[in-house]
Design a protein around this ligand. Sequence first.
Ligand code: NAD
Length: 541
Amino acid sequence: MAARRLARGRLTVSFECLRQPREHVEHWLIPKLQTRDRSMSDTLPTIGHWIDGKNVLGEHRSQEVFDPATGKAEKRVLLADLETVKAAVDSAQKAYPAWRATPPLKRARVMMKLRHLLEANAEKVAGLLTEEHGKVFGDAMGEVQRGIENVEYAACAPELLKGEHSRNVGPDIDGWSELQPLGVTAGITPFNFPAMVPLWMWPMAVACGNTFVLKPSERDPSSALFVAQLAVEAGLPPGVLNVVNGDKEAVDALIDDPRVHALSFVGSTPIAEYIYARGCEKGKRVQALGGAKNHAVVMPDADIDNAVSALMGAAYGSCGERCMAIPLVVAVGDDTADAVVKGLRAQIAEMKVGPGKDANNDMGPLITKAHREKVLGYVQQGVDEGATLVVDGRDLKVAGHEDGFFMGPCLFDHVKPSMVIYQEEIFGPVLGVVRVSSLEEAMKLIDDHEYGNGTCIFTRDGEAARYFSDHILVGMVGINVPLPVPVAYHSFGGWKRSIFGDLHAYGPDAARFYTKRKQITQRWPSAGVREGAKFSFPSTK
Ligand code: NAD
């Protein structure tokens, strides 16, 4: 039982029982599955789907899930077909009426319990991230914490759903607005934050009274399934959250199912644009967050040492596989650029690259062999285009992990806006320095770029910082903050081709995205009042 006690004048709630992590059976992972599918004749454990609160298998196509640190396939994930997606939507549709009728506070309590279960199992979830994504464990714990904060915010949904009330909008007439759930909603998420991004979506969607079908990345699906299992333990009725694994076939089935009313997507820009267009064509509400190429401006008056340290984490953290990563530094003045490059070189020399399980490492591997090849290709292209490769991490080998998808940090100087390595999202540990002569020139570069997810400025000049944040055409701006990822009670989203749709992810925008407004006008005439028909338009005149 949760014990309540007063501590230092504040009321605190202790959930000791929930803090004790207990061993969870991994219901979604089936060891050594035998099926008729010849491509699955190996003995890898198999990851199925989570439908109606149960693990569901089937004779599906499948693909291997790798440990990027060893390069070995460790699991196999099933890829849902149309029938499986239909079964998930059936389940969500069936669960909707009762869940919609559940008082918001009871729905919020499920989120509160889930929050404690996630805290108790944070290391387990982070371990799954390190195993399948490859990010270092400390970074994975940060991701889990950010996900938990979204669950905490979803527990506040009753406050966000209150609507507005006005008395006496006319004689004996009151008016109010309500935010009602949409029905079945769905989310499609990327590989780089496999635990956090799903938690941007479904906790708020279900806290608002919707049911949900999640399609996580097929490259690292386990954490989303484990969290779905915890949600059932927290009291989420079967069918309120379903998880289907899959690829384009599953995504298209979700978009095309007329019972799915809203789609949230996070991933690369070409897919975001496709999902937005196809979803809108089918009459759905769609928010699709896409790729990024974030610039950090370093002004001549900046604290260079601090700026360099901040840039290191922002460029190379999670191997550069973050949509808010900084792959470009725009240095104002050659002296600034020289100092930044010198500082970065020195700190890169100290970086430790290796398996994420080893707490001493700063950076793990890339997600797949194919992605590593792609990033290496970009580095070669930068060299061919004439940028100066100051640090070349291409040949890095990690002893004992020779088949892992590792590469070392790379640093380019003299990057020009005409170069492909300037224009395209590389999504790897590659940082480029662009030299400009003024803040105006830096801002024009950023404004002209197709992406507008995040940016930041390092300066001691308040006026310059204010001008920058006021005018720059980017959705999330940091001032001496390299990764300005909003906290859970603000919303997250870029501008330009980093987003398709109006409402941003999580925070207050999520409560709007997952509800529709209804306005009710009600009259209870005083007894005995009789009125004739009126043909003029009603007004308060
Ligand atoms: P991706 O676009 O390849 O995949 C994202 C999701 O879309 C996955 O679930 C995948 O299965 C599905 N998908 C892939 N191809 C599809 C197709 N042809 N049709 C339908 N669905 C398809 O992205 P990714 O490689 O998993 O993630 C990295 C990308 O995500 C980067 O571009 C990164 O910037 C972006 N990202 C953006 C944000 C943001 O908030 N803006 C956050 C995280 C990641």
